[in-house]
Design a protein around this ligand. Sequence first.
Ligand code: NAP
Ligand code: ZN
Ligand code: ZN
Length: 351
Amino acid sequence: MPLSTPALLVHSAGQAFARGTVQRRDVGPSDVLIDIAFAGICHSDIHQAREEWGRAIFPMVPGHEIAGIVREVGSGVTKYAVGDRVGIGCFVDSCRECENCLAGEEQFCLRGNVATYNGRAYDGTDTYGGYSTQIVADESYVLRIPEGIPLDAAAPLLCAGITTYSPLRHWGAGPGKRVAVIGMGGLGHMGVQIAHAMGAHVTVLSRTLAKEAEGRALGADAYHATEDATTFASLRNRFDLIINTVSADIPVDRYLSTLRLDGALVFVGLPENPQTFRVFSLTGARRSIAGSNIGGIRETQEMLDFCAEHGIASVIETIGADEVTDAYDRVVRGDVRYRFVIDTATIPEAA
Ligand code: NAP
Ligand code: ZN
Ligand code: ZN
């Protein structure tokens, strides 16, 4: 019998969250049933629940930073056993046969992967995410959370962690490289820690210096306020790589001017508006602008193991189900240090 699981639902764009239930599919041969312990609140949840990226599917249960414990496994499951500590990120299936899936880059599946929520499975059923108490997923899209990382602080790694790890790896962050992270938020505070652990020289470019002490404690070697008019002039030709995590418009040309020869400005932040730049800002130093999207399953596991090895986790504020609607406004205001995580035990009606 399909499982009815308590969840936090938003019934139309921008509405408050309400308690309800969603149906999870039967546990198939390759599926695991996970008791969700914690779910992070990513800014992408807010963009989608408010329809800032275009039409969304409602009712919506957001949440793609999921950490929990395996409760049940299907007859053919080999990777996981009951009691294992596991996570789910931004997608729960992909075609498994296109060139990108075969290369382990399922986030770029040519058929389109199945988003953890606000998506449709290949059989046409709507998907519901982690603001819920249980989820059923194919074991191939489930990650192992290493023992060293507490489940609550691990949840945000499933999106914020991999979204910064992947471009840092791809663009070669490491010793001798100067990396800047724009925005000291959920993604940004992970990017700082990971780039530092990779051995790069790390600079935070934040609007103000309000979070400087914490940024330096997480591994930043330098910290600048972008609202200070003198900042950009003082940073010309400085960085090899900039990871932009900002959810809003940025002055692209000013950031490009801070890149050295062959430097790259990589967007991971996903503002709703188009961004513009002068071509001269690129040609003047063979600079490039690029984008990156989460990471594949293999790389996400590599990131989790890397974080455990280096003692890295998310800095979190744990909240209950009744605080989620307000938490969205707080994230948009920048009033979170640095990721909200929902304790899913507070979701059922009786809690
Ligand atoms: P977040 O916690 O809100 O962090 C964004 C940071 O950007 C803020 O902390 C703030 O840093 C800065 N910021 C916010 N508004 C700004 C503004 N108007 N002007 C300048 N800076 C501003 O959000 P997040 O969860 O890290 O997500 C960031 C973005 O990445 C979102 O657009 C999200 O959808 C996207 N995302 C993309 C991927 C991907 O795979 N590409 C994955 C996850 C998320 P300061 O206070 O330090 O300035
Ligand atoms: Zn996310
Ligand atoms: Zn594919």
